[in-house]
Design a protein around this ligand. Sequence first.
Ligand SMILES: Nc1ncnc2c1ncn2[C@@H]1O[C@H](COP(=O)(O)OP(=O)(O)OP(=O)(O)O)[C@@H](O)[C@H]1O
Ligand SMILES: [Zn+2]
Ligand SMILES: [Zn+2]
Length: 745
Amino acid sequence: MTLLPSQIIEVAVPLPIERTFHYLVPSRLSEATAPGKRVLVPFGNRRLTAYVLAIVETADTTKLKEILDVLDDEELWTKKELEFFRWIASYYMHPLGEVLRTALPAGINLQTRKSQGNEDELSGGRSVRHETWFRAGNGTEPQRTLGTKAAALLEFLRQDGVNSAAELRRRFGQCTPQLKRLEELGLVEREQREVYRDPFRNEASVRDIPRVLNQHQQTAFVQISSSLDRHEFSPFLLHGVTGSGKTEVYLQAIAHALEQGRNALVLVPEISLTPQLVYRFRARFGGGIAILHSGLSDGERYDEWRRIRRGLVRIVIGARSAIFAPLEQIGIIVVDEEHEASFKQADNLRYNARDLALVRGQLEGTTVVLGSATPLVTTLYAVEQGRLGLLELPTRAGGSRLPVVETIAMQGIKSTISPQLHQSLVETVAEGGQAIIFLNRRGFATFLVCGECSQPLTCPNCSVTLTYHRQRRQSVCHYCDYAVPAPGTCPSCGALELKELGAGTERVEHDLVELLPQARILRMDSDTTSGKGSHNRLLSRMADGSADILIGTQMITKGHDFPGVTLVGVISAEASLNMPDFRSSERTFQVLSQVFGRAGRGDAPGRVLLQALNPTHYAIQCAINHDGAGFYQQELEFRRETGYPPFAFLAAIGISGTSEQNVGQRSEVTTALLLQLKNKLKLRIEILGPAPAPLYRLRGRFRRQILLKAHSRNDLRRLITDWLSHRTPPAAIREMIDIDPVDMM
Ligand SMILES: Nc1ncnc2c1ncn2[C@@H]1O[C@H](COP(=O)(O)OP(=O)(O)OP(=O)(O)O)[C@@H](O)[C@H]1O
Ligand SMILES: [Zn+2]
Ligand SMILES: [Zn+2]
């Protein structure tokens, strides 16, 4: 888009400012300026990167400043994408400039400098990697002066066209002086080509062909592909029990979109946990796939981003931030494991990629498939209301059955592993089967408690106990990484005797090694998977049968397909039930169902042993009976009675700071203001709090929460908008808004 001299643009700046700004474009820059690019602008007494949103037709030009520079050669975003980002900014009540900054790959901002105002001043990314290529030129050759190697090089380039410097060196050995000479003579020309770092490097993939779909898969596939043929927004829930072959449906649906010349966006909870899924996509489709996830270096991420932007990619697979991928011509968006809380970003722009998939799908007129064995209660409710189409896979794809779950009463049992579980493990390993042992707590002991004064060891920065890690010989805070040598002494009374309370995965591993000295045992939790590729190594040892037992946290529950696993053991059924969060029943049902679902996926039937103190809760009972419908009914009733989603919309306002007194005062002031505005506007909103957050102290900050509950999203928006315009900017206090909060800790 070409600009005439003295045209005006609307820009957003990456600062906590709600509004957008206007600038003049001097004629020397008008050619280069376009919506979707970044520009450098004077802002107060500093210079800032700003994002061009639009070219404005009319505005008062008298007070406008001129932009200083255009930072991008190519547009970063299309108009459609900018529209999507405006929607996000408005919905999450977050400054548009910060939304845009969040949407950019980190690598593009490598050159971040701190300038006078202590604000980030950004300039164009520099992390593009180049490679030198040579081609034959038009110069006439003075035959006699060319050496043999130079002549051979020239001949080769004339025959073979353009070649990279690396390729020429491979064929001719060291040839830099010859190439330089040829270039001086105009006989060869040099060009710089951008190269993309390949996150799949060194990974071969085997070609895989589509499977014959079973009847349920076929029905689901037909519905998805006919919605693709209609080229309009159509959202579905693909509700398939564990092992029902949802991935195969995604693969074939995506193949259909590709045949139409359209592209696919696939969101997964955390890619490093699902290498199998990425592997299957590559095996099916070969190249043209970009992956975006936290394990990439900034450079790799930026490269993937540019490959997508330039249309070199047909399929993007990524964790939540992939919802911002600059993919055009999208035909289908898949959200795998749609129930996972990790689709919600926990700080700054608190977006939910699962929800945004529906928004982007609507803006772009695509098919959206949300897949899960344990969908959110709110998702099932949306199906009931007719807002999502339902596709069901009620049976396992390979014909195997869901495992039988047996409960083991743990009253009076002191050890982590009951005699029954021990016995079953011995039998499973003897028969050549594999087992998965689940406990959603890492470390050795949950915490240490003083034998003299009974004080538990707690974190000085957070209101939590320290977890004892035996191998590291430390007691560690899982929130801020504070650590002290352990076992150590009691910080309250100096006593030497500290007792271990509660068990973590490290303890379970220790006990299992003692109980089954012959078994090959692996542990997978965030302590054993910090190294690059470590997930992959652990998972492939399970896959190729070189391990017998895998112990792990919720990491092991996610989508893994190990046909050899016939036994699943759960150390504590109630572990996730007592969280102070209205979703704790739902999470318990989901995590138990998912971990049960790892058993018996192959030919041999699966068995689950569930250790429990009190398994009467409906979340546990429904999981035991694989009764998703029953759980939904009871949970919906609970939500109706307590007034939580889907029967209310929520927004949380979090207030935090290092001074307990200031945080307390500010939260009272904020609550009073909210109440006053609510009454003035006559809105029907419940204002709860200010209450101390369940994690009252986190990384040295005190935290209080105000929860807003409303029947109308509009009322909620009106109140918050009004509050934002009335509140005084908090000093030394952070006050954040969380729309549709997921984690209430
Ligand atoms: N039509 C089919 N015929 C035979 N086997 C199939 C078919 N479809 C899928 N499978 C196999 O069934 C197994 C389970 O499939 P997949 O992993 O896709 O299930 P899923 O629904 O994603 O499970 P989960 O939700 O537990 O992760 C895989 O080994 C897959 O190869
Ligand atoms: Zn003590
Ligand atoms: Zn801490």
